[in-house]
Ligand binder design. Structure first.
Ligand code: BTN
Length: 329
């Protein structure tokens, strides 16, 4: 959605969460009431929860905080400012990961963070779609470079999971957070965020990654990701409506700080931290792999970041890929 569209201009008024009459909006925007109504419909089509109440007008019940570069930058720490070459905010993009994969071709050494209000083709793991409504989530990707081969950054997704947990803690959420291998962030068993890492390795020892993070902030209750998995919003966890830009700044600070130290720090240190939040430890689980289902008891993570399962024959096996869930009894 372009900033010039009626729908976007309407958001400037409706974002406060108060009622605005159709007449008042039409007057302020120098539009007909029909044009206002069409704009409202466009917003609803993008998943924005605009209510129309006869006699009172339109409102977005909890209000909406649009992405704001100045507000984010205000809360970035010195390390993030120093190491991040650019922070870019888009209203509309196919996928923030795709955007940065394209940037990588043009500017192969830039570090960049990309945020979008809305993705038309957001991607999740295992080829799934990542669906989020306009301005109701955090769709963030980071472009980063490591001077090493791809094997040396195995386990990066675990470290990114820990960084997200630390950002949530800084935001004031101290209980209920857990991690599900390899990289789901849960709150009381429901999915709050997911990570999609894409890596481009060059033969002469440079490895570039795009770390994509999708986090639910204020998603309206509607069919969400293709995952048939329970999910939760940050707004359901904290009492006040989420301070979107402030939270994003905290998240960027944690992610950049972790990316900075990742290649020089022992993966074991991240794993030790990760295991404190392991939602599946000791549980009977089903692992779906390319070659079929494996049943076992989750025994934690190996020093290479792989899932460790004790299978029915008492053997301990490690798995680098797959999708794990608790076995239904
Ligand atoms: C998952 O399947 O859990 C990972 C979801 C990752 C979604 C994010 S949203 C920002 C970035 N852009 C994308 O297209 N995907 C990631």
């Amino acid at each position: 959605m372009d900033k010039q569209t009626t729908a976007y201009k309407l958001l400037a008024y409706l974002s406060d969460g108060d009622f605005h009459s159709g007449e008042q909006l039409a007057q302020s925007l120098k539009l007909t009431r029909t044009a206002v109504w069409k704009g409202v419909q466009q917003l609803q089509a993008l998943g924005v929860d605009v209510q129309a109440v006869t006699g009172r007008g339109y409102r977005i019940p909890d209000g909406i905080e649009l992405l704001n570069q100045a507000l984010i930058e205000k809360n970035l720490c010195a390390t993030t400012r120093e190491l991040l070459d650019q922070l870019i905010i888009l209203e509309n993009v196919s996928s923030t990961n795709d955007y940065l994969l394209h940037v990588l071709k043009e500017k192969p050494r830039q570090t960049m963070a990309c945020l979008a209000e809305y993705q038309t083709k957001g991607r999740g793991r295992h080829g799934r779609h990542w669906i989020s409504s306009f301005a109701s989530g955090c769709c963030l990707s980071l472009l980063w470079h490591f001077e090493c081969g791809p094997n040396e950054i195995m386990g990066l997704s675990l470290a990114m999971g820990v960084a997200i947990v630390n950002a949530l803690k800084r935001y004031g959420i101290s209980e209920g957070i857990a991690l599900k291998w390899p990289n789901d962030i849960l709150w009381q068993g429901r999915k709050l965020a997911g990570i999609l890492i894409e890596m481009i390795a060059e033969s002469y020892g440079l490895c570039s990654v795009v770390v994509g993070i999708g986090l639910n902030l204020q998603m309206p209750a509607q069919p969400h990701q293709e995952l048939s998995q329970p999910w939760v919003n940050l707004a359901d966890i904290v009492e006040q409506p989420p301070q979107r830009n402030y939270f994003i700044a905290l998240l960027l600070n944690e992610l950049v700080q972790t990316l900075r130290v990742f290649s020089s720090k022992d993966l074991d240190e991240f794993i030790a931290e990760w295991q404190q939040y392991d939602s599946l430890l000791g549980q009977e689980v089903v692992l779906n792999t390319a070659s079929g289902e494996v049943l076992g008891v989750m025994q934690g993570i190996s020093s290479r970041g792989e899932l460790l399962l004790e299978t029915h024959d008492g053997k301990l096996s490690s798995f680098a890929h797959g999708e794990v869930s608790i076995k239904k009894s």
